[in-house]
Design a protein around this ligand. Sequence first.
Ligand code: SF4
Length: 448
Amino acid sequence: MIMTPGPHICLINPYIWDFSAFDLWAKPLGLLYLAGTLRANGFQVHLLDCLDVHFKGAEALASAPIRKAFGTGKYFRQGLSKPVALEKIPYHYFRYGIPIDLFLKALKALPQPQAFLVTSLMTYWYPGLKETISILKKIFPATPVILGGLFATLMPDQARNRMGADYIITGAGEGAILNLLASLTGRSPTRVPVADDLDSFPLPAFDLYRTLPYICLLTSRGCPFSCPYCASQVLQPGFRQRSPDGVIDEILYWVRSRAVRDFVFYDDALLIGFERHLGPILEGLLKRGLDLRFHTPNALHIRELNESRARLLFRAGFRTLRMGLETTDWSRHRSWGGKLVQGDWERALRVLEKAGFEKKRIEVYLLAGLPGQTLGEIEQSIREVRALGIRPRLAEYSPIPQTPLWPEACRHSRFPLQEEPLYHNNSLFPCLSPFSWEAAQHLKDLAR
Ligand code: SF4
């Protein structure tokens, strides 16, 4: 049987406009999952990732950014004038991503796409998203642009009215996108992943990258907790895990096909159900004698750590551990539902050290700038973490629409958060009160 080539779809990871951005194993995993699903349904896919430092033609440029260990590092960037809403903010503003001329060249070299699928992340990055879509429209004015991802899901009206896309998809959109593409291209889906069966999803299409220093893994979706500041329940309601064998096969595939050694877990709740999930995955890999490294940019649940689990993490090759402490104000933890109680964190630290993790390899996230949080509470948390010889990482609070804390954030903020997503930017400490730039800098210095 002769197969006709399927419709050509181009997936786009857009530019970021911000005061600062750092590539901490950041890849558009949702978009890559979608690319895998489209290919499994007979579409031809191209990926243009505006943030890819290994983009064709980029590495030879004199402006190529400094890269760090295990595939992290700086992005390309170009200075920009600040949007009017941010005029008074005393920081420089940048477009993060490859030089525009490289993007244009790659776009012009594409076969005529039948649709663009554009993803989106932080709500306050929308100017970079809007710019990317306007470039697509300039080069291919007749090609429909479908916008999905976080911004589209969290602020669908803003996404619909301000970005210049033709279609908006909210939430995890495999089924919706396949149906939309069927109406746009005439190609009906034959393989639709089942949302509740994560093993039914084709592998994310990381092979679309020319250079692969690491692979991002999602072994589960969602989180069983519901912290009021977090969008996990909005973006991925419910908690589901893949089969350990499926995850092992995915890792082996990349080891064998592209000699990848570094793997990055994107899970929100990696340690939950350890003995039936992550434990068998790591044991299975250890049996094969592979020399792999694992990284966890998302916070691990402190309470899930015990001696045997910590030992297995260490033996399996976890390098840097990041844990979600958030604050040492235990009454605040109680009001959030008791994800952690006093003493959990010191106990977890002891078992990690006993397992072999050096303190310099352990980092702890502390939230800074929650509505109603005092400077004193943040300072105290930083000091308590430092006193144990651990590096605190300030996670400056960014208000997220649709989260339980959003209404309180809107009441506390010195900015009109509902009207202007640029004010959700965590660099502004939008909900810190009383606020001054000196106080913000003082917190950063204290945590350094
Ligand atoms: S535990 Fe982490 S991922 Fe889960 S709801 Fe809380 S902050 Fe979000």
